[in-house]
Design a protein around this ligand. Structure first.
Ligand SMILES: Cc1ncc(COP(=O)(O)O)c(C=O)c1O
Length: 398
């Protein structure tokens, strides 16, 4: 009976891909089979201990047992502003241009409610982190997809967006270093984005949670380093991937004060802020020792090299990404991305994410995450090597 009462909003939600994968993995594990999962981007390395020590200390202080403010602790906003200055040379006003979030995902989902009305468009990359299109649809709007293809180094062809889409567009979503493709963007690209935002009166939402996960000395840029970026947009960031804090749920949005204020207004009506002990942990993460970052990157880089080498050797062509936690590998001839993911799971107990889950242009790829403990990684790699014997042989020479 309850089924009949469900809103169209809920009925029309796409199945959340990761839930489906987790279900299949759980089924296999329940049968006693070991699954090596490259499927989810959730750091396996613990949160650094100095951050946890601060969290525990703050958790014992009764001041932190009460409702937090939506705006976050002033000290945290200040720490975020100082971090942006140090990392990117970007100046932010801690009161009006910074808002802590209950993880970046929460802010990404809610900002659609600030800008999208029924009939409006959000320009969304395809493939992309699924929250951009889903939050657009939940707000009553329509995603207009910008293909990310290997030919264009997985950057959207902004010049190809038709006039009718610009006219209805309120938001444009971007994400570099990119999930799932591993691509990066430079300042020239972001400068062009700002020009187009001005020309078409569209607000930019750049999502940059992977700027700290980099390899081979690569230096990523923040969207806010582009000339005039703060006049047209915001950047979402997160402590999840930089400091292995996915479980604590803390991130931020920074940049255009009108956009930041709109999100604060929506949030003050929907949530009651971030537990303060976690805010103190975040202050420690941003202002304390940064030694963990190169240490973790060295681990990911070693894993990246091993995974990419193995994938190429079994016919899943992959490039070495300069940043981020993911390998975007080409599916061999004869498979769809779901076929390949299913085959790997069934034949050798290895879970990967089918690219189609990130959009139509994700078809033809699977994503592997580097957030897998070393012992499992070694096992996973030997299982991938084993899979080679099951692989459909290509009809023509590749
Ligand atoms: C592109 C992108 N944005 C945002 C998030 C979510 O970050 P958070 O843990 O801060 O909610 C993720 C997590 O995987 C992501 O890949």
């Amino acid at each position: 009976m309850i089924d009949n009462l469900m809103s169209k909003r809920v009925e029309n939600l796409p199945p959340y891909l990761f839930v489906e994968i987790s279900r299949k993995i759980a089924e296999k594990r329940a049968r006693g089979e070991e699954v090596i999962s490259f499927a989810i981007g959730d750091p396996d390395i613990p949160t650094p201990s100095h951050i946890i020590d601060r969290l525990l200390q703050a958790a014992r202080d009764p001041v932190n047992h009460r409702y937090p403010e939506t705006a976050g602790l002033p000290r945290l906003r200040q720490a975020i502003a100082e971090w942006y200055q140090r990392r990117f040379g970007v100046s932010l006003d801690a009161n009006s241009e910074v808002l802590p979030l209950i993880g970046a995902k929460e802010g990404i989902a809610h900002i659609a409610l600030c800008f999208i009305d029924p009939g409006d468009i959000a320009l969304v990359p395809d493939p992309a982190y699924p929250v951009y299109p889903v939050s657009t649809t939940l707000a009553g709007g329509e995603p207009y997809y910008m293909p990310l293809t290997a030919k264009n180094n997985f950057l959207p062809d902004l010049e190809a967006i038709p006039e009718h889409a610009w006219e209805r567009a309120k938001l444009l979503w971007l994400n570099y270093p990119n999930n799932p493709t591993g691509a990066v963007a430079d300042l020239d690209f972001f400068n062009r984005v700002v020009e187009l935002a001005r020309q078409h009166d569209v607000a930019i939402c750049h999502d940059g949670p992977y700027t700290e996960v980099t390899f081979d000395g690569y230096q990523p840029v923040s969207f806010l380093q582009a000339d005039g970026a703060k006049e047209v947009g915001v950047e979402f960031h997160s402590l999840s991937k930089s400091y292995n804090m996915t479980g604590w749920r803390i991130g931020m949005v920074v940049g255009n004060p009108i956009m930041v204020d709109a999100l604060k207004r929506i949030k003050s009506n929907l949530d009651s802020g971030i537990p303060q002990a976690i805010q103190y942990a975040a202050i420690e993460a941003l202002t304390g020792s940064q030694d963990c970052i190169p240490k973790h990157n060295a681990i990911y880089q070693r894993r990246r090299d091993l995974v990419v080498e193995m994938l190429n050797s079994i016919g899943l062509e992959a490039r070495l990404p300069e940043a981020g936690l993911y390998i975007w590998a080409k599916v061999p001839q004869g498979y769809t991305s779901v076929d390949l993911a299913t085959d790997l799971l069934e034949k050798v107990g290895v879970a990967v994410t089918p690219g189609i889950g990130y959009g139509q242009n994700g078809e033809g790829y699977v994503r592997l995450s580097l957030t897998i403990p070393d012992a499992s990684l070694v096992k996973g790699l030997s299982r991938l090597a084993e899979w080679r014997s099951f692989r459909i042989k290509p009809k023509v020479k590749e």
